[in-house]
Write a protein that binds this ligand. Structure first.
Ligand code: SF4
Length: 457
């Protein structure tokens, strides 16, 4: 299925679409309101972008520095070339410690590697402990947003789910009541877990430590209670020095949810007494992306989700319509690098309005990369005929002044005379929920020439 057909499914529920759109816009508005109070916001964005540029240009150096410092702190460091290796490494650690149940805090990397099914197939119980993640895990769905994984669900649906699986009162949908039920349920899991897995927001090359940002404290609880802690980190997550962290923590919380800072910003530098700490450093296609000159700076992403919250397509099509671990604008520039044929339609899931690039805290030129992917999709022969033919026709008309004028005139006349059914029919998806503006008597060019003449007289 294409993005458009999955989006069409999502759009069948008008009320959900409207509510999804408004909820995400609310988060975007909170972000806007908060950054008004930071006069140096643009300077911090530039600094964040520059630091990440430096990291990407010297990644090999920082990775080795990180590894050496982490090892000196007593951390066991592993390298995984791809998802399969990442999963094998994590499994071998758990096997060595005879672990049959783990708690995991939100990690898009482990989603990308499909770690949960891999471990479950090998008899290990995996419990996601972020509330949103736990909800979608119980529903057996992937996350639809990288920061708010269950944003597509209504509280009534969550109430029903909890009633079925956690035995809460039937019909109860009060968020506080449901959160308390999840808290009690998760508490037991935390206490029983023999290992904890977290993602990594930032790895500090200078100190060899990792930093995990959450709003629920679930990563900390897991790591502090379980004897074995495993942190899974993409190679691009590094920052050079501890002093750089403040730049990113200021950018992250504000951009993600419109809060000054995430509630928990936890530093893990060494194993706790009697414990074991592992960091698994994962490539899984990132080096390839680094080698693509036009797309390398997509690796600067700090996974704040702001580009999703602002995107008019994402807000009205839902995260699942992208069929990729990372949805939305950033997902649409990362996914074609993984599998161009499979994700060929995602660079087109955009109006190219540029709002994603405007809000991105590390200044990734997202909409320009979307446009470049479109050109690659076309030049590599993956463009659908239904797009190719009209675009070729439009290219012909737009590149010839005389033809453009003629077609404009013909279209104005045809639109006036044509019966409504000829314009608004099943072939005109655009017209399904929109009315064309009134057809003008003349083109802008004609209007401009006439008015300019009148003004000159
Ligand atoms: S691309 Fe930018 S805005 Fe989007 S998630 Fe990444 S850092 Fe945030």
């Amino acid at each position: 299925m294409s993005h458009a057909s999955r989006a069409a499914d999502f759009l069948k529920d008008d009320a959900r679409t409207d509510w999804h759109n408004k909820s995400l816009w609310h988060v975007r508005s909170k972000r806007d309101a908060l950054i008004q109070h930071i006069p140096e916001w643009e300077a911090i964005r530039q600094l964040g972008s520059d630091i990440k540029d430096n990291v990407l240009s010297n990644l090999d150096v920082y990775l080795e520095q990180f590894e050496a410092r982490a090892k000196a702190n007593g951390v066991i460091v592993h390298w995984a070339a791809d998802a399969a290796e990442h999963n094998e490494i994590v499994h071998s650690i758990l096997e060595k410690h005879k672990v049959d149940r783990i708690v995991k805090s939100k990690s898009m990397l482990t989603e990308e590697c499909h770690l949960n099914p891999y471990l479950e197939e090998r008899g290990i119980e995996v419990i996601d402990t972020d509330l949103g993640e736990r909800i979608i895990q119980m529903k057996n769905e992937p996350p639809s947003h990288i920061v708010m994984p269950a944003i597509h669900l209504k509280k009534e649906e969550i109430g029903q789910l909890f009633h079925e699986q956690l035995n809460t009162e039937k019909g109860a949908s009060d968020p506080q009541y449901l959160t308390e039920a999840a808290r009690q349920h998760l508490r037991e899991k935390f206490l029983a877990a023999k290992a904890a897995i977290t993602g990594v927001n930032f790895g500090i090359a200078e100190t060899g430590g990792v930093v995990v940002c959450t709003n629920e404290g679930n990563a900390d609880m897991g790591v502090h209670l379980a004897p074995v802690q495993i942190h899974c980190m993409g190679i691009e997550k590094l920052i050079p020095r501890a002093e750089h962290l403040a730049v990113f923590t200021r950018l992250l919380g504000r951009s993600a949810t419109g809060q000054p800072i995430t509630v928990y910003t936890s530093h893990h530098h060494r194993p706790k007494p009697g414990g074991e700490m592992h960091v698994v450093i994962v490539d899984n296609g990132r080096t390839e992306q680094l080698g693509r000159e036009d797309f390398r700076n997509s690796l600067k992403c700090i996974r704040c989700g702001a580009c999703m919250n602002t995107c008019p397509i994402y807000r009205r099509s839902g995260g699942h319509s992208y069929d990729h671990t990372i949805p939305g604008p950033i997902g649409s520039i990362l996914s074609p690098g993984k599998d161009l044929k499979k994700h060929k339609d995602l660079p087109f899931a955009s109006t190219l309005c540029g709002s994603c690039s405007d809000v991105c805290p590390v200044k990734i030129d997202i909409h320009e990369q979307l446009y470049k992917w479109r050109q690659i999709v076309s030049s590599e022969g993956h463009m659908e005929t239904s797009k190719k033919l009209p675009l070729a026709g439009a290219g012909n008309v737009l590149s010839r002044g005389g033809l453009y004028n003629f077609m404009g005139k013909a279209a104005r006349t045809a639109l006036k005379l044509a019966p409504r059914a000829m314009v608004y029919n099943r072939f005109n998806a655009w017209g399904k929920s929109r009315e064309l503006p009134e057809v003008p008597e003349e083109s802008f060019k004609e209007w401009y020439a006439k008015n300019r003449k009148e003004n000159q007289n």
